[in-house]
Design a protein around this ligand. Structure first.
Ligand SMILES: NC(=O)CCC(=O)C(=O)O
Length: 286
């Protein structure tokens, strides 16, 4: 029922690492910190390394334009490309504020082991919420939304990308599954109001709805920053089990991804084949 975008290898396993790093106001220091953790993750056997949302810039609308840079030619792209090539890994470069034709996007990049850019995702759903006594945030004051789906293949499976608030939209995840994805990755930075309530629930829901692996990577918590991140970088399997997680500290979260897990759940609870597309549909317009 679901199309397959591309299968490249008979290997069925790989190790993923989520770098829950501290992010401060010095862009160069953030880049150096990211590189240090990426090296460590690769040396510990990870072939796919993920950075958090906004890993080179504090998360806040007042910072996005100032820290923005073009993807491809900016210092962050060069740094990520070089380290992916040096360690021969796939690298999901969290997200950064990207500038393009004077518009600013919250954009994730993916680099292959040759250091080539293989995917870019601009956050599709902007984080505009207002919870009195909790949190008010309006990304759309500064950012423009992306308008596309973003899938890459790490030689083992197809992986769909979203950024943080994107995980609240089950349709995006469903379309990725329909397009043949076996894993979803969300660089993200939830907060102390919605994090405790929804972060794990959303990750496990997207995994369970679609029978896919889900990984979400947050910055570490910094109580002195304007925006206090929830942390809790997490990997969930297609049964909705939490495979690996953490709390607030700077650390790396590792998980061994085994595609046999995915085949088992899809055989044993075959919801993918039981959809009633004669009654309903969720479809991509692209
Ligand atoms: N950076 C974000 O998109 C935050 C999303 C969030 O906290 C939420 O509750 O959703």
């Amino acid at each position: 029922m679901f199309s397959q975008v591309r299968r490249m290898s008979s290997t069925k396993n790989f190790k993923i690492a989520l770098v829950q790093m501290s992010v401060g106001k010095e862009k160069n220091a953030n880049l150096e910190n990211a590189v240090k953790f990426i090296r460590q993750a690769a040396d510990n056997g990870a072939s796919l390394v993920v950075l958090p949302e906004c890993f080179n810039c504090p998360y806040g609308t007042k910072y996005f334009r100032e820290y923005s840079e073009p993807i491809g030619t900016g210092i962050t792209s060069k740094t990520l490309s070089n380290i992916a090539k040096e360690k021969k890994i796939f690298l999901v470069g969290g997200s950064i504020p990207e500038i393009d034709n004077d518009k600013v996007y919250n954009a994730a990049t993916v680099w292959n082991p040759a250091g080539e850019l293989v995917a870019k995702h601009r956050k599709v759903h902007l984080f505009d919420i207002s919870i009195p006594g909790g949190i008010t945030f309006k990304e759309s004051e500064v950012l423009s939304p992306g308008n596309s789906f973003s899938i890459f293949n790490n030689g083992i499976c197809n992986i769909g990308l979203g950024i943080c608030y994107d995980m609240r939209f089950p349709e995006l995840a469903q379309i990725y599954r329909k397009k043949g994805c076996d894993m979803l990755i969300y660089p993200g930075a939830f907060n102390m109001t919605t994090g405790p309530l929804h972060w794990e629930l959303l990750l496990r829901s997207r995994a369970n709805d679609n029978q896919v692996f889900v990984a979400a990577c947050s910055p570490a918590q910094d109580k002195t920053s304007d925006y206090i991140a929830w942390g809790h970088s997490t990997v969930v399997d297609p049964w909705a089990n939490i495979m690996a997680t953490t709390e607030f500290e700077e650390t790396i979260v590792y998980a061994d991804i085994d595609m046999n897990t995915l085949n088992k759940v899809r055989d044993q609870i075959p919801t993918g084949k039981q959809k009633r597309y004669d009654l309903y549909d969720v479809s991509s317009k692209l």
